[in-house]
Design a protein around this ligand. Sequence first.
Ligand SMILES: C[S@@+](CC[C@H](N)C(=O)[O-])C[C@H]1O[C@@H](n2cnc3c(N)ncnc32)[C@H](O)[C@@H]1O
Length: 279
Amino acid sequence: MLHPETPSIQLHPQDCLIGMREMPPRSVDVVVTSPPYNIGVKYRQYDDTIPRQKYLQWIAEWGKEIKRVLKETGSLFLNIGSKPTSPELPFQVLNALLPEFKLQNTIHWVKSIYIESESYGRKFDINVGHYKPINSPRFLNDAHEYIFHFTITGDIRLDRLALGVPYKDKTNIDRWRNGAKKIRCRGNCWFIPYETIQSRDNDRPHPASFPVQLAENCIRLHGVKKDLLVLDPFAGIGNTALACQKLRVNFIGFEIDPYYLKTAAKRLKAAIDKPLDKK
Ligand SMILES: C[S@@+](CC[C@H](N)C(=O)[O-])C[C@H]1O[C@@H](n2cnc3c(N)ncnc32)[C@H](O)[C@@H]1O
């Protein structure tokens, strides 16, 4: 559902801890974000190689601030991945946030998948998306990340059918409560391939961004309504902001690197000049 009003989209070149401290308590409906993973990503400014304990303390620190600004009915969607030598990292981040939040859902962001299938006796395969090739006999190619869905109470009602998909077997439709809509809940595995975003010098404009679709899915799952306010404390090149602009909901974002924010502003402007997809 789209709302006709032009949303308020605010991007602040600021440390999110300082920025969030200036926000009123219980003012945000949805947080969609991806913090630095502390796995040595080469950002332009941020040092992604701090000691693990210090990193986890920092996670807990901004987690508390998110809890303060989040409404009791709000959702925090936290995207986090790892590196082959630190597969435990997402779970350590989860642990650092559990004193403040309930884990309501765990979603797998699948970036690439190979599926062998058979239909009417005919075999075919599906080989889609992009993954990070890992050149090691010990580790598998990295084709997924987590999206932890946190809430304050653990029992927030979601708009599950906003991301609904058709039933595989149409004869089952009547058996299910939502059958009348002929769609079912998508489940917690989301295949979302990377977009190909390139800058003028042909590099990726940001080394660790997520697709707009990921943020859009999270917001729609929480439920789009008038005057919704979405926050991204680690805004990067503005993918959550772009999703908000598309869904016509309000956005506030913080990012310490002005270069990434400049790219975000350019992308938002380009999206305004382009007609919106209707949903
Ligand atoms: C994983 S990236 C987020 C990318 C974003 N989701 C996107 O799609 O563009 C993390 C970002 O956090 C920024 N950052 C690091 N520390 C920060 C802080 N204290 N406050 C705000 N931004 C910060 C980094 O510069 C980096 O752009």
